[in-house]
Design a protein around this ligand. Structure first.
Ligand code: SF4
Ligand code: SF4
Length: 393
C-alpha cells in the first residue's frame, strides 16, 4: 500500500474502503462476508474507511468490526452529518451522538458535511451554528478533521472551498466526470490550497467496468498493457498527485486484492501519451451510448409511489450497451415482475427524488422517456399477463 499525506502530515492510504456497497442478505448486510473483506483490506494497509449516516446499517457494522477486531486505533473513520436533515442546532448533536454510538467510538477522524450541492446548503448549516459546533468538537477531540462531500457544479465547489478553513474535501471524480461537478478544476483548486481530496465514484457506480459498451471493452482488451477496465480507471486517478485517497466500495475479496495490488504499484505521473489517448477513446465510446448519467447511488429512493428509479435508468442505458431485447427483459424482471410493480407510470410528479439526486438528473422527465422506450404496447400486454398469473399464484 502507498500513502499520501493529509493536511496535518498523517499517512492516508491511497485506497480507502467505501462502506456503502456491502453484500446484503435481504435487508441486512452479510456481517461475516463484510468483515472478511474489511479485514483483508486492513491487513493490506488500507487505513481509511468511509461511511455515513445515510448508508443503511453501515455505521453499525463498521463499529462492530472495528471493536471485535480491536483495530479502532489503527484505522481512520470518515463519516458524515446528514446536513439535508438539519433543521436546528440540536439536530446536529443528535445525529453526531447517534453516529458515535453506532460506531462504538468517542471520536471521528474525518467528519464530513454530507452532499453539499451549493452554497445555500452550507449557509443553512452556518445558520444552525455549525462553525461554533465544529470548533467545540475539535477542541474536545471528538472530531479530528472536518471536510465536506460535494455534488454540485464547479462554481459552487469553489465558493464552498473558499468559505471555510476545511481540512479536506470529497468529490465525485473519474475520467468520465473530468469536467463536471467539482471536476479537475476543483481538484486543482483544492490541491493549491493544500486541502487533501478524497475521491468517490471512481468507477462511476460500475459504469466504467461492467456497463462499458462493447467498443470500449474491445479497446481495453486489445491494449498491450493488458489491464482491466477498473485498473485503468484507478490508475487514471492515482497518477494525479493531487488525489489523496480513492474510495472503492469493495464487496469481494478478489476486488480487495486487485485494488490493493494496483494501489501498491501505481506511480504519480505514470501515464504517457498512449495511455491518455486510450482513455480519450474509451470516453468517446461511452458517451455515444449513455442515455442517463445515473450512478445507481440510490439517494433518490425510496420513492413514495414505489418507482424503482435506479433500476429503470440502468435498463434504459442497457438498451445501448446490451441491446433492446436484453434491456426489455431486464426491465420486466427487475421492475415489472414483482409483487408491487415499480414502473414509472406510478409517479405522481412530487419531485422528491430530484431534490436528492447528486447528478442533477431530471428524473421525472427521464423516467417517462425510459418507460416509453422499454415498455412498448406488446411488452405492456405480456407483462400484464405474467403479473396476472404471478399474483394468482
Ligand atoms: S417524482 Fe415520481 S419518481 Fe420521484 S419521488 Fe415523486 S413519485 Fe417518485
Ligand atoms: S437518479 Fe440520481 S439519485 Fe437516483 S440513483 Fe441515479 S444518480 Fe442516484
Amino acid at each position: 500500500m502507498q500513502y499520501r499525506k493529509d493536511k496535518y502530515g498523517n499517512d492516508v492510504s491511497i485506497l480507502g474502503f467505501g462502506c456503502m456497497r456491502f453484500t446484503r442478505n435481504g435487508k441486512e448486510i452479510d456481517y461475516e462476508k463484510a468483515q472478511s473483506e474489511v479485514m483483508a483490506a486492513f491487513h493490506a494497509g488500507v487505513n481509511y474507511y468511509d461511511t455515513a449516516w445515510l448508508y443503511p446499517g453501515s455505521e453499525v457494522l463498521m463499529g462492530r468490526i472495528f471493536e471485535e477486531n480491536h483495530i479502532r486505533e489503527q484505522v481512520k473513520i470518515a463519516t458524515k452529518l446528514p446536513q439535508y436533515l438539519v433543521k436546528s442546532p440540536a439536530a446536529i448533536d443528535r445525529y453526531f451522538d447517534e453516529e458515535l454510538t453506532r460506531l462504538r467510538t468517542d471520536y471521528v477522524d474525518y467528519y464530513l458535511m454530507h452532499m453539499l450541492t451549493d452554497l445555500a446548503s452550507w449557509e443553512n448549516l452556518k445558520k444552525n451554528g455549525i462553525e461554533d459546533w465544529i470548533r467545540r468538537k475539535k477542541e474536545s477531540g471528538a472530531i479530528r478533521q472536518v471536510g465536506f462531500s460535494f455534488h454540485g457544479n464547479t462554481e459552487m465547489f469553489l465558493k464552498i472551498l473558499e468559505d471555510y478553513d476545511w481540512d479536506f474535501c470529497q468529490i465525485q471524480y473519474n475520467y468520465l466526470d473530468e469536467n463536471i461537478q467539482a471536476g479537475r478544476k476543483g481538484l486543482m483548486a483544492a490541491a493549491e490550497k493544500g486541502i487533501p481530496v478524497i475521491i468517490m465514484e471512481p468507477l462511476r457506480g460500475g459504469k466504467l467496468v461492467n456497463l462499458l459498451p462493447a467498443e470500449a471493452k474491445k479497446l481495453i482488451a486489445e491494449n498491450e498493457k493488458k489491464r482491466s477496465a477498473a485498473e485503468w480507471a484507478f490508475r487514471w486517478l492515482w497518477e494525479q498527485p493531487q488525489v489523496t485517497c480513492v474510495l472503492s466500495g469493495m464487496n469481494s475479496l478478489e476486488m480487495v486484492e486487485e485494488n490493493c495490488r494496483i494501489a501498491s504499484e501505481v506511480q504519480p505521473g505514470e501515464f504517457d501519451d498512449s495511455d491518455r489517448a486510450l482513455i480519450a477513446e474509451i470516453k468517446r465510446a461511452i458517451e455515444k451510448t449513455t442515455k442517463v448519467g445515473c450512478t445507481g447511488c440510490g439517494y433518490c429512493m425510496p420513492c413514495p409511489k414505489g418507482v424503482d428509479i435506479p433500476a429503470t435508468f440502468r435498463c434504459y442505458n442497457a438498451i445501448y450497451v446490451e441491446g433492446m431485447k436484453t434491456a426489455i427483459r431486464q426491465y420486466g424482471q427487475v421492475v415489472g415482475i414483482r409483487k408491487e410493480s415499480a414502473f414509472p407510470d406510478q409517479c405522481v410528479q412530487c419531485g422528491k427524488c430530484e431534490q436528492h439526486c447528486p447528478q442533477h438528473i431530471e428524473i421525472r422527465k427521464r423516467l417517462k422517456e425510459a418507460d416509453k422506450a422499454l415498455r412498448p404496447w406488446y411488452v405492456k400486454l405480456g407483462l400484464k399477463i405474467v403479473r396476472g398469473f404471478m399474483l394468482k399464484g
